[in-house]
Design a binder for this molecule. Structure first.
Ligand code: FAD
Length: 390
């Protein structure tokens, strides 16, 4: 019997496992496949170093700027060199194994090639997780169960805490890592809002490699074909101009869903169970940033589990502290503000955003408001919103 069984060794599950193991608890960390590269842009704020100081030694080149484009390619550029946290671009295969190994070094037991598919129940109580392995089914019994297996989680909908994802509450994205000569600004990331509900990105990884991708959001998923919009994005003349030689090599590509409406507040915990990371919606609704919030959710859930185990109270009432953690409350608040902005940003075929950037071009105060909204989660003033709509 483990103290805690965690399904999914992505960033959220690995952080939880590490903290619990460091606290001296017996942790089973169940993973489908450590050789899977999660489809992801891989851009992470340097705030990640607070959670993983060990990452500093990998010397990722810092990105100290962002260029955001509206659907009609009006742009706003911002450099924050020496002002705020920078961002780094990670390869998810390397990153996920890096954070997994930290959990293992702390004492968590990793069970690779295990696909969680259901709960073990006893007297109508969940007491463990069932998995399929190449050599048959296995059961991992634990006092507390943590669901961290992302968007494809089979356990989250079976937990009774949340339903299956609906097509119009998620994003659908496709991305690739490419290699070749390019004209990208190596210090800066680029985000491309589209005239439809969706956006694309280009994140330089090093001199030659970059991550490129795009996706559709919410009800737009019903109208668009992901492969088609991806091909169109790559062949758009505004995008192609970064790659004049056009003989770049695709190293890898993948497609995957992403939560788009913020944290599933009502689904975070129950008797002896918590849901963390993507499985619970910890992804920023505007930028799609989910690595950092998932790690924060993993840490808060682990701290809650430690207290619950020490007090010998793993009830729903006791695990409620996960949702009440100040960092979780802050994320929920921040994401709610962003959800409220999404419709506005994509209204009129993206013209609101275009108008916002146009106004920002001529007025420094508005420019500051726009930057504050995208980078510092400060809502724009009513005056600005009215000006845009007028
Ligand atoms: C295309 C795309 C681009 C993105 N770009 C960015 C970005 O640039 N920056 C950013 O911060 N965020 C980005 N995100 C979001 C980010 O990828 C996620 O928020 C983050 O990976 C969530 O971490 P997690 O640990 O919750 O889930 P995941 O990273 O999905 O990890 C889940 C883990 O569980 C395992 N697993 C799944 N099912 C099972 C099972 N049945 N049994 C056992 N194990 C299982 C998986 O193999 C995986 O290791 C992007 C997402 C997508 C889809």
């Amino acid at each position: 019997m483990f103290d805690v069984v965690i399904s999914g060794a992505g960033p959220a599950g690995s952080k939880s496992a590490q903290i619990l193991a460091e606290g001296g608890f017996e942790v089973a960390l169940i993973e489908k496949d450590i050789n899977w590269r999660k489809p992801c842009g891989g851009a992470v704020s340097s705030r990640i170093f607070k959670y993983y100081p060990q990452l500093r030694k990998l010397n990722y080149p810092p990105n100290t700027g962002v260029t955001i484009y509206s659907g009609d390619y009006r742009k706003i550029k911002y450099s924050w060199k020496n002002i705020r946290d920078y961002s780094i671009n990670v390869d998810r295969l390397e990153f996920d194994n890096f954070v997994r190994n930290i959990a293992i070094e702390a004492g968590a037991q990793l069970f690779n090639k295990n696909i969680s598919y259901d709960f073990v129940t006893k007297n109508s109580r969940r007491v463990g997780i069932k998995t399929k392995t190449p050599s048959g089914t296995k059961e991992y019994l634990g006092k507390i169960l943590i669901i961290a297996d992302g968007m494809s989680s089979k356990l989250a909908p079976k937990s009774g805490l949340k339903g299956k994802w609906k097509i119009d509450e998620i994003g659908l994205c496709k991305c690739a890592i490419m290699e070749g000569e390019n004209l990208l600004d190596k210090d800066s990331i680029s985000l491309f809002f589209r005239a439809y509900k969706g956006y694309g990105w280009i994140f330089p990884i090093d001199d030659k490699r970059f991550n490129i991708g795009c996706g559709t959001w919410l009800d737009e998923n019903l109208n668009s074909n992901l492969n088609q919009i991806y091909t169109e994005f790559l062949n758009d003349p505004h995008i192609k101009k970064f790659f004049p030689k056009s003989h770049y090599k695709e190293i890898w590509n993948g497609a995957y869903p992403i939560p788009a409406l913020g944290v599933k507040e009502k689904s975070l915990y129950g008797d002896n169970i918590m849901i963390i990371g993507d499985a619970a919606g910890f992804v920023s609704p505007i930028s799609g940033e989910g690595i950092h919030p998932s790690i924060v959710s993993g840490k808060c859930a682990a701290e809650t589990a430690i207290e619950a185990l020490k007090n010998d109270d793993i009830s729903k009432q006791s695990l409620k502290k996960y949702k009440q953690h100040p960092n979780i409350k802050k994320i929920i608040r921040n994401f709610k503000m962003k959800v409220s902005m999404v419709e506005f940003l994509f209204e009129n075929k993206g013209q609101n955003l275009s108008k916002m950037f146009e106004l920002a071009d001529t007025d420094d105060k508005i420019r500051e408001e726009v930057i504050n909204m995208f980078l510092f989660s400060i809502p724009p003033s009513k005056e600005l919103l009215l000006k845009i709509q007028s």
